[in-house]
Design a protein around this ligand. Structure first.
Ligand code: ADP
Length: 654
């Protein structure tokens, strides 16, 4: 039965304007079970013919049939299938994967076949068959030339092909190893295997049943040895192999690609690390950004819950307006009388006038600079600021301008450490105050440490400490949330009336409810998030380009390997997946490192700036999705380049 049939094959190479007619009108056929040697001087076209027979290359003219099937009609995938399952290649240079063991090398073609059952066992059996049972764990550089070629033969056999194509298999071997290899090929033939062998050595060709001689791209003789002992031909039905059906992919192939990728990435640790740096920073930024946003949102919510949402604040307006108004001599400063008047407005429950300033606090040899707030006793209730230890001051103490103080957690830690502060005397701007309580820790509000504060009676602050006769802020608590708009309007009108403001000066004070304040805080957070987001976007893009670059280098470096994989039956898609898996693995590792970096940065921000940072599981997933996306996006082009390589050129690439 005719296995291969070539009719008028021709193949012409073009290098610039020079044409090399490597094959001219070659017709011949190979029957199942034959042992054919193709002979001829160097340059006569033997390898070119071999590549055509092996579906590694396509003829320019003529027809090549495989079991009657016109090969020119086969797709790239189907050619890959034939190289994998129908043909076993043996090369002069052995072409083993240098970093893989003998067993792994033999296993390689099975990766690309969809018959991967017991792959390791089968590979082991093949190695036993070529006499290398005790060398399975050796790498190519730990084997002699003859042993390497035997590994290559085992690799050619492992997918149970119909035919072995051997291109000068003994060309790189000493004569003893050469004879051993020929012995193996003869044994295979005796078991029914079809063998086609290229050689320029007469004594090698003499081992074959049939010798085809070539010269200058033509067949000049084709002789059979009548005395050759025939062997029963292996009859396979090509249809059984189903080479026209599509290959099935399964997770095992992915796993194997992953293993390979891991080996490549770990094999070049520094290089892999440097190339993942961009993704690392990008992912860290994404997570930090999300943690910041989430944390700010959360602390805003907490603030709202703590302070109650039915609080208004009244403050003097902007500097510019105030300046203009001052010139005009109008009273825009909020005074205690304003606060008292506001308290009379219907649906106002209570008011909390405040002054603020900064103060230098001294206790013993310790010094601390902090915010000083002068408030009335209502403050404790309105702002949910009951002291944790000690007590708040009373209205009598306020009116009596007593020098008593409550201190925030941060101030307490700074001045007293673990000692009891209550009853001690501290100096605020050189004035002695007695500590009567410590404030409830508020933690970090979105942007400042709320515990870095001391609270003293309003009257003491105005008369003894700051010398101010006006207020910085009046908190107003409304009886019901629903009354808020009406109350706001009433207070507005009251202040306009009291200060005799003309319409163009209406904004010389402003009244805000807490929702407004929180919104302002949220917008600051957003600005920060946008900043981080931009850094993230830029580093992800730069990181992606870095990955693309390293993958392109990797494709160049591994051109021969890609050629070999293709010769063993890898489809373009297999190669593509292999490189994509590698790119994604690098970015994934970058993403993982990025998560750790984000954790560290968030922790730093949380401890140093006291901002609330919340890393959610969702943001981690997002980060992983980002890094995988970058890997696929930027790995695609290099992977395509690899997948598109021509197997013959790639194999010969130096
Ligand atoms: P052999 O295997 O008998 O030594 P080849 O088939 O390798 O011969 O080469 C036949 C001719 O084709 C030679 O003249 C060679 O220079 C030329 N040739 C082979 N491969 C290429 C190629 N990729 N590009 C250009 N010319 C080639």
């Amino acid at each position: 039965m005719k296995l291969l049939e070539a009719e008028h094959l021709s193949r012409t190479y073009r290098i610039g304007s020079v044409e090399v007619r490597a094959l001219r009108d070659v017709s011949f056929s190979v029957h199942s079970g034959e042992f054919v040697a193709i002979m001829g001087p160097s340059g006569s076209g033997k390898s070119t013919l071999m590549h055509l027979l092996g579906f590694l290359d396509h003829p320019d003219g003529g027809v090549l049939r495989l079991m009657g099937e016109d090969a020119s009609r086969l797709s790239e995938e189907q050619c890959a299938f034939l190289r994998n399952r129908v043909i076993g290649f043996v090369f002069q240079q052995f072409n083993l994967m240098p970093r893989s063991t003998a067993l792994e090398n033999v296993c390689l073609p099975l990766l690309y076949s969809d018959d991967r059952k017991n792959d390791l066992e089968r590979s082991g059996e093949m190695l036993t068959k070529v006499g290398l049972a005790d060398r399975t764990g050796h790498r190519p550089n730990e084997l002699s030339g003859g042993q390497q070629q035997r590994v290559a033969i085992a690799r050619a056999l492992v997918t149970r092909p119909l035919m072995i194509l051997a291109d000068e298999p003994t060309g790189n071997l000493d004569s003893k190893s050469g004879r051993e290899i020929m012995g193996i090929l003869k044994d295979l033939h005796a078991q029914g295997m079809t063998v086609v062998l290229v050689t320029h050595a007469e004594e090698v060709a003499r081992e074959a049943e049939r010798i085809v001689r070539m010269h200058d791209g033509r067949i000049i003789s084709d002789e059979k040895r009548p005395d050759f002992r025939k062997s029963p031909a292996l009859i396979h039905e090509l249809e059984d192999r189903g080479f026209l059906r599509k290959k099935k992919y399964n997770y095992k192939e992915f796993l194997e690609h992953f293993r390979q990728a891991k080996r490549v990435v770990l094999g070049n640790k520094l290089r892999s690390f440097l190339s993942m740096l961009g993704v690392l920073i990008g992912v860290a930024c994404v997570i930090t950004m999300l943690a910041l946003g989430r944390g700010a949102g959360e602390s805003i919510k907490e603030d709202l819950a703590r302070m109650g949402s039915n609080l208004l604040t009244v403050r003097p307006g902007s500097v510019k307006v105030r300046g203009a108004v001052l010139e005009a001599g109008a009273a825009t400063r909020l005074r205690l009388e304003d606060a008292r008047a506001i308290a009379e407005v219907p649906s106002v429950r209570r008011v909390g006038p405040q002054v603020m300033g900064s103060g230098q606090i001294v206790f013993g040899d310790k010094n601390w600079s902090t915010r000083v707030m002068g408030v009335t006793p209502e403050y404790a209730g309105m702002r949910n600021q009951e002291p944790v230890t000690g007590r708040f001051f009373t209205e009598e103490e306020n009116q009596g301008r007593q020098r008593v103080v409550l201190i925030g957690r941060t101030v307490r830690d700074a001045l007293f450490g673990n000692d009891e502060p209550i009853g001690e005397t501290i100096k605020i701007n050189r004035v002695n105050f007695q500590v009567i309580g410590t404030l409830m820790p508020l933690g970090s509000s979105a942007f400042r440490d709320q515990d870095d504060v001391v609270v003293i009676p309003l009257m003491t602050a105005m008369r003894r400490l700051t010398g101010k006769d006006f207020l910085d802020q009046i908190d107003v608590e409304i009886t019901e949330l629903g009354e808020m708009p009406a109350a706001q309007e009433a207070i507005e009108n009251l202040l306009i009336r009291r200060h005799r403001l003309t319409p163009d000066h209406y904004d010389s004070f402003n009244i805000r409810n807490f929702a407004d304040i929180q919104a302002a805080m949220a917008s600051t957070t957003r600005t920060f998030s946008i900043l981080l987001g931009s850094v993230a976007a830029i580093s992800l893009i730069v990181g992606g380009i870095g990955i693309m670059n390293i993958m392109l280098v990797s494709v160049k470096e591994r051109t021969r390997e890609i050629g070999l994989r293709k010769a063993l039956g890898a489809t373009p898609r297999d190669i593509m997946i292999q490189f994509l898996v590698e790119a994604v693995l690098i970015t994934f590792l970058g993403g993982l490192a990025g998560i750790f970096l984000a954790g560290a940065v968030s922790w730093l921000i949380a401890t140093l700036a006291r901002w609330k940072m919340i890393i959610t599981v969702g943001s981690l997933f997002l980060a992983f999705a980002f890094s995988a996306g970058v890997g696929i996006l930027f790995g695609l082009w290099p992977a395509k380049q690899a997948a598109g390589l021509d197997p013959i050129r790639a194999l010969r690439y130096e």
